[in-house]
Ligand binder design. Structure first.
Ligand code: GUN
Length: 300
């Protein structure tokens, strides 16, 4: 079998188009422009690339983009004061503080200072608790993107056996709750899991989110399973010439694609969905803030 490739780039473009249509209607029908504030502390090159890309796409879908770039030695108190101003600003519907923060800051304290209604990352402890108890919340963007792709590809997920490899707060744990919410039977695996390959082999749905390049092999995959690869790992690529690198996922794509029914590639799979879902969350937050009906298909 050769797996169908789930094209996250194309799917993310469709999500952004839907978001842009809703934004346009919000402007014309209600005079409201959704706004997203992104806060970057320091000059981490990877973070700068992400933040630039977020700002560009925010504007492309017609939203207002507010970028706040702070020096690496900014005090935690000054960052908290900025978050307080953004919380109080009616033009700002979503706030994202780019992680990681410099070592002298307490990330949990900073994230929990964001108004939960504007927490478009879904990292605030209130949103974590709401998701964990099946209540309406802001949902972390990467797991939301995975869920959207699964629903799009499989329709109903009810009764499917899902295995999540990785137990991070950002992906593994929220993914568990989302899959459970869609009535999957969910197993979460991690570095201490016994017979990991055997557990993964039982799955109709595999979510690989461990951050270990090409760890999940083709012979771990049940024939016909749907494989979502969240990993983004840079590895040496001597075949491209000395000193070159390439991106690979947490799944050994070539062997897994021989067995799976469908699989997301890296790059071009889950990655583009994360920013698309950030924009979808900002739209959702804006609708909720204004007492308007939430867009369908863009939330969990
Ligand atoms: N850094 C890398 N990914 C993310 C993300 O999804 N949200 C935030 N806030 N920071 C990140």
């Amino acid at each position: 079998m050769t797996a169908q490739i789930i094209d996250g780039k194309a799917f993310a473009a469709r999500v952004r188009e839907q978001v842009a249509d809703h934004v346009s209607a919000l402007k014309s029908d209600h005079g409201i422009t959704p706004g997203l504030a992104v806060v970057l502390v320091g000059e981490d090159p990877a973070s700068q690339v992400y933040v630039r890309s977020k700002g560009k796409m925010t504007i492309e879908v017609g939203m207002a983009s507010f970028e706040h770039k702070l020096d690496a030695d900014t005090s935690e108190a000054d960052l908290l004061a900025l978050i307080g101003r953004l919380n109080a600003d009616p033009a700002v519907h979503g706030i994202l503080v780019q992680l990681p923060l410099p070592d002298h800051m307490n990330s949990d304290l900073v994230i929990n200072a964001i108004d939960p209604a504007k927490d478009v990352d879904g990292f605030h402890i209130s949103n974590v608790g709401l998701l964990g108890t099946g209540q309406k919340s802001m949902v972390p963007c990467t797991p939301l993107g995975c869920l959207m792709m699964l629903r799009d590809h499989l329709g109903s997920l009810s009764g499917k056996d899902a295995v999540v490899v990785g137990r991070s707060n950002i992906v593994g744990k929220p993914m568990f709750h989302l899959l459970l919410g869609d009535s999957c039977t969910v197993t979460v695996c991690h570095s201490r899991t016994k017979d990991l390959a055997d557990v993964v082999r039982r799955a109709d749905i595999v979510i690989a989110a461990v951050g270990r390049p090409q760890m999940v092999k083709g012979d771990w995959i049940k024939p016909g399973a749907t494989v979502i690869d969240v990993g983004i790992n840079r590895v040496d690529a001597p075949e491209k010439g000395a000193g070159n690198t390439r991106l690979v996922g947490d799944v050994d794509f070539d062997s897994a694609a021989q067995v799976a029914g469908a699989i997301t590639p890296v790059p071009g799979g889950v990655g583009p969905m994360t920013i698309a879902c950030l924009l979808a969350n900002t739209l959702t937050a804006c609708c909720r803030a204004n007492g308007l009906r939430e867009p369908e298909g863009l939330t969990a």
